[in-house]
Design a protein around this ligand. Structure first.
Ligand SMILES: [Fe+2]
Length: 280
């Protein structure tokens, strides 16, 4: 089973690069050697939460043949997102964009960490009670908990200041349920990993704008890197735990070296890829 996690697409009518980069990301997903079984988009679908931004997102994402579900980020508008994508998943929790999604041997729980018209995030008692109930009803089912705001500080001050409030309350819930394999977030536009409540928490890169986060230097400000779009892939089977890796969109080297475990084999031409579109 393969799940693709796309995040922070930030469609914006005045910035067509974001749509072009999402289109390139979708091309990339469609060309993966194994087509993902499902796609989750972990928030910030639209920059301003307008109907036209959501219509554009829906049209682009409709090119993906597998089930796709979208979550709310701080740039999103719950009503607009629901109008475009409908009520999603099981146990949908109005008025939040919060739902459960059965992915066969793994269950995905999508949380809504947004506060209308604010950039920081929160999980109120109501949303945490929903999470507790969902985890308590399926203790033996491996679970991915998805949320836009990561449950850990990244060290990048300006983003940590618009992070998730009262992380300790979420930590208490997660720590009671050993079936949580991953906490999967977006929001910060780069890939990071941290331990959280006895499980592994990760952030996904953005398709729209990559933030150049380097732990080796002071991170008082953030810089946008001229990097290609990227996403996370999460794979699992009955024999493995959940494995996660980053998948970067764009041209690769024209030849690849192949090692079969004993010897280097001759370089083999990589499959052709489309030339990258102009970046924003
Ligand atoms: Fe974002």
């Amino acid at each position: 089973m393969l799940l693709a996690q796309i995040s922070d697409v930030h469609l914006n009518d005045a910035r067509p690069e974001a749509a072009a980069r999402l289109a390139r990301t979708i091309d990339h997903v469609l060309r993966l050697p194994t087509l993902p079984d499902a796609v989750i988009v972990t928030g910030d679908i639209a920059d301003h939460g307008t109907a036209s931004e959501y219509a554009a997102a829906r049209k682009l994402l409709a090119r993906l043949p597998m089930p796709v579900r979208v979550m709310a980020g701080n740039h999103d508008d719950r009503a607009g997102l629901r109008a475009a994508f409908g009520v999603q998943g099981d146990h949908a929790m109005e008025p939040f964009i919060q739902f459960a999604w059965d992915l066969g041997t793994v269950r995905l729980l999508a949380l809504d960490t947004t506060i209308p018209r604010e950039n920081a995030g929160e999980l109120c008692a109501q949303r945490l009670a929903w999470l507790e109930a969902r985890l308590a009803e399926a203790p033996a089912q491996r679970t991915l908990v998805c949320l836009h705001h990561p449950p850990f500080a990244t060290g990048l001050r300006v983003l940590d200041e618009i992070g998730l409030a009262d992380v300790a309350a979420l930590e208490r819930v997660i720590a009671r349920h050993a079936q949580v394999e991953r906490m999967l977030a977006g929001h910060v536009h780069f890939t990071a990993t941290a331990r959280f409540a006895g499980t592994v928490a990760m952030t996904a890169p953005s398709t729209s704008m990559t933030i150049d986060h380097d732990l080796s230097r002071p991170n008082e400000v953030y810089m946008l890197a001229g990097a290609p779009p990227a996403l996370l892939l999460h794979a699992w089977s009955d024999a493995t735990s959940v494995l996660s890796s980053e998948s970067v969109v764009g041209d690769r080297d024209k030849s690849v070296m192949i090692h079969d475990g004993r010897d280097w084999l001759a370089p083999t031409p990589a499959p052709p890829t489309q030339s990258p579109a102009k970046q924003g």
